[in-house]
Design a protein around this ligand. Structure first.
Ligand SMILES: Cc1cc2nc3c(=O)[nH]c(=O)nc-3n(C[C@H](O)[C@H](O)[C@H](O)COP(=O)(O)O)c2cc1C
Length: 181
């Protein structure tokens, strides 16, 4: 049964990565900043690799990149309100730029999506007029690979028999246990 929950989690994540309507298509990513401060933000799940890494995109100049460069340990929160399913995934992030994977994903960015990576000034810089953001031809695109090391699964049940389980990667093997919900 534990293995079913593990498979269920990955099935949902896989499906969500190519289905905008699925609530797991968006997740909350938490990183740590200066003085152990926590910063959270919404990002879009763009893919799940064969090795079970979660892929998402960002602007190379964003705050999250600086924070990940200092401390690559992150936490991702996924919530599906319909299924009452929450996944908390902890792991590390690899930043890809100018490699094969990066090229492959960069090619998919077209139309309005280029505007997520082409501002003249870095994201987060104060500006006077939000309708006049200056843009360039340069795409400051980064592919981020979130490598999970720990997954906490919580399914809320109508009958109060909630299901909580933890999956932890130890020496390449996912160790699993139920937890008191
Ligand atoms: C619906 C939605 C989807 C978003 N998707 C992404 C995304 O995929 N990648 C990203 O870097 N920022 C995304 N953002 C913006 C982030 O939430 C955040 O504001 C931005 O990345 C700056 O974060 P940072 O300053 O912590 O780096 C999204 C925001 C919303 C509301």
């Amino acid at each position: 049964m534990l293995n079913d929950l593990y498979q269920d989690a990955w099935k949902e994540l896989n499906f969500a990565s190519s289905n905008k309507e699925h609530p797991f298509n968006y997740f909350t990513l938490a990183t740590t900043g200066k003085n152990e401060s926590i910063r959270q933000r919404t990002v879009i799940l763009r893919g799940v690799t064969e090795n079970k890494s979660l892929l998402f995109y960002t602007d190379l100049r964003s705050t999250k990149i600086k924070q990940i460069q200092t401390n690559p340990k992150v936490s991702g929160l996924f919530y599906n309100p319909k299924a009452q399913l929450q996944l908390i995934i902890k792991g590390t992030i690899l930043i890809h730029t100018h490699n094969e994977e990066w090229e492959e994903h960069k090619e998919k960015i077209d139309g309005k999506a280029v505007n997520n990576y082409n501002t003249l000034f870095p994201p987060g810089k104060p500006i006077k007029n939000p309708l006049k953001v200056e843009r360039t031809k340069k795409l400051n695109f980064a592919l981020l690979e979130f490598i999970p090391a720990r997954i906490e699964y919580l399914k809320i049940k109508e009958d109060s028999n909630h299901l909580r389980a933890r999956f932890r990667l130890e020496d390449g093997i996912w160790k699993e246990t139920f937890l008191v919900p």
